[in-house]
Design a binder for this molecule. Sequence first.
Ligand SMILES: [Ca+2]
Ligand SMILES: [Ca+2]
Length: 460
Amino acid sequence: MSPTTRRKETTAGPKMCHQIPWRCFYLFTCLLLWTEAVPVAIDKTKVQVPEEQKEEKVDHPDTGLYYDRYLREVIDVLETDKHFREKLQNTDMEDIKQGKLAKELDFVSHHIRTKLDELKRQEVSRLRTLIKAKHEMQNGNDLSMDHQALLKQFEYLNHINPHTFETDDLDKLIKTATKDLENYDKERHEEFKRYEMMKEHERREYLNTLDEEKRKKEEEHYEEMKKKHSDHPKVNHPGSQDQLKEVWEEADGLDPVDFDPKTFFKLHDSNGDGYLDEQELEALFTKELEKMYDPNNEEDDMVEMEEERLRMREHVMNEVDTNRDRLVSLDEFMTSTGKKEFLEPDSWETLEQQPAFTEEELKEFEKHISNQEQELSKKSEELLKQKEELERQQQQLNAQKLELQQAVEHMERLRSQQAQQPPVLEGEPNIQNGAVQPPSETGNHQPPAAGDAKPQESHQ
Ligand SMILES: [Ca+2]
Ligand SMILES: [Ca+2]
């Protein structure tokens, strides 16, 4: 089914109208859910989906992008424009990716544009604050910061023109969000891998601090916990009939003999938009995950549980979402239930059955950490040196200031002595280099030699 036909179908009921623009935009920017999945709450006495559910406004799930709020606000504002909403319904997915939808921004009403300008100004100001905070953390009070250049790294808006929201801003927002969301899962896997490597690195470091006997004990405990964790009831293949039936029976409280895929789909389309999105899919795996993970058990790591949930969702999406819009339509779902894999699936290989990293990767990671540590200690040494140098310069300045003060005091003393003396009648006053030298018999004052920092007694 093409996105165009789907859009036509969804325009059928007036109650759904307010959902349409979001639905379309939703498809193109793949604004799906990367927040923690929540189990679906269902009235177990009803198998039929209540009518009111369809009228509820669709909750826009958190995309997990760092500019999620800005993205939502822009869409919310655009949704209120009739012209834009209509264009959204009639623009093909490819055209949107090509930037044709963004051009429609020129035709939205003036007050919408004003609101968008304001949103962009706020966002740019937020980014500037972030840049400033980051810069201060890294460079102290060094003021040589090029805001404009630093803003360039944020590709979801046009940084050259920070005051108004233009076609280019909408185009950048759509393209960047699409790209970032496509990479989101990949980044999450990488982050998970780093987490596992750090865990192992710290464990090994800790073992190194122990004597042989304690180390042996610790190793035994570690193996025991690993074994305990892998000892769990059979995990069903995600998206298989067995898995869905278990949800139907245990989470929905329904009779397994009544199992019906279409009803199942409607029950678990919890926001009633006609699609199973990533969050709704992930919620289906809670039962399976509870077989393996309990937050009260030492041997179960809940970070690993979320990685397993992600793996399951990706697997089902790959199998079922044939048009790759990151949503499972009823058609796609029904087609999948007719496949052999649905009825007779392979066993599911759980996370702990696959090593998260190789020994080589761990070595590389440790090297990286050690480099970072060295860099940090080098930086802190440099800072210490800088501090000492500054202190030395300060001392020098203090000494110079004192010398100057002494010289001034000396001159004043001479002046007051000369004022008190009777005029010299015989001979000329001794003038050298413009300074008045008193006759030798009146005293032995000499200007202090440079570097003589000893304070002199003041006559005042
Ligand atoms: Ca849904
Ligand atoms: Ca799909």
